[in-house]
Structure formats: C-alpha cells, structure tokens
Design a protein around this ligand. Structure first.
Ligand code: HEM
Length: 152
C-alpha cells in the first residue's frame, strides 16, 4: 500500500526556498561586515564583490524555487532578486557616479528586508520573526507559518 502525497515534494521545495532566503539574509549581513572591514583598510573589496555575486546567484535560485513550489513567495522573491541585480549595478557604477554609489548601502538594507519577506513566504518580516520564535512545528508544510492565535 503506497501512500503518495503530492504535497511532500512541494513542501521540500518550500523548505529549500525558505532556507536559501535565509542564506541570502545571512550573506547580506556578511556583506556589511566585509564592506566595513574593507572601508577600514582590513582588505580590498574583492571578497565583498565575490560574495555579492554568489548571493545574487542564490537569490535567482530562491526566485526559481518560489515559482516551482512556493507561489505565495514569488512577489517577495522577485523583489529580492531585482534588488540584488540593482545592487550589482549600483556597486559597479559607484566609482563614476557617487550619488548612485551612495544608494548601494541603502539598497543593502532593502535586500535584508526582502530576504526576510521571501523567507516568510510573502508575509512581513515581523511576523516571520514571531513565527520562528513561537512555532513548535518543523514539518515542511508549515515552514514559515505563524503559530495559531490560540497557541499554546
Ligand atoms: C546586502 C548588502 C550588499 C550586497 C549584496 C553587496 C553587493 C555588492 C556587489 C555584488 C558588488 C560588486 C559590484 C560590481 O563591481 O559588479 C559590490 C561592490 C561594492 N560594495 Fe557592496 N554590497 C552590499 C552592501 C554594501 C555596503 C553596506 C557597503 C558599504 C560601504 C558596500 C560597498 C561597496 C563598494 C564600495 C563596492 C565597490 C567595490 C569595488 O569598487 O571593487 N556594499 N557590492
């Protein structure tokens, strides 16, 4: 007797999407550290640019995973990827156009928010934080969902 559940693969994809969105968030924090380190002459910006490229690729994977298995997270994931592309452009033209370069760190903040929103599956970052703290369930299908209002 085989009990196939079509929800299981989609749940796995949703979980992968959530984890990778958090990886982008963590990578964004790392980018602030690497930028600060470079600004104070601890290193060049090479590591920062390299990690930024890796995060951009991961953000694209996050968007693809949202399309495949977490449709409610598509808007936030598309926003995240769009902001990452913009971040690359702002970083590249910053030397010749300082006004645009000045927007690069600010856009970095937006990226952190978008990554949290994507991880939340489209809900606000605040609700995600609450859900992470309160939710007792770790089942793939419940990834990122807030604990019920009646819980515990
Ligand atoms: C989520 C946060 C961030 C991400 C994802 C990110 C990503 C990137 C990427 C991909 C590049 C390479 C652009 C290119 O040349 O093609 C870059 C360059 C740069 N970033 Fe960021 N960045 C972030 C935050 C910051 C912050 C907070 C600063 C603070 C000053 C900063 C300063 C710079 C500078 C100065 C460059 C140019 C480096 C160079 O000329 O080689 N970045 N960033």
């Amino acid at each position: 007797m085989e009990a196939h559940t079509s929800a299981r693969p989609a749940g796995g994809i949703a979980q992968a999407h959530r984890v990778l969105a958090f990886v982008v968030f963590g990578g964004g924090i790392l980018q602030f550290l690497l930028a600060g380190y470079a600004v104070f002459d601890g290193s060049s910006f090479d590591a920062h640019a390299g990690v930024g490229t890796v995060i951009t690729v991961i953000a694209l994977i996050v968007l693809i995973l949202a399309f495949v298995g977490r449709r409610e997270a598509v808007p936030a994931s598309a926003l995240l990827f769009g902001l990452m592309v913009l971040q690359n452009i702002l970083g590249a033209v910053g030397d010749s156009a300082p006004v645009l370069g000045a927007l690069h760190p600010v856009n970095g903040l937006l990226i952190l928010g978008a990554a949290m929103a994507a991880a939340a599956g489209g809900r606000s970052a605040a609700r995600t934080t609450v859900a992470l703290g309160l939710s007792r369930s770790s089942s793939p299908g419940s990834a990122g969902r807030a604990a019920p209002a009646s819980w515990p």
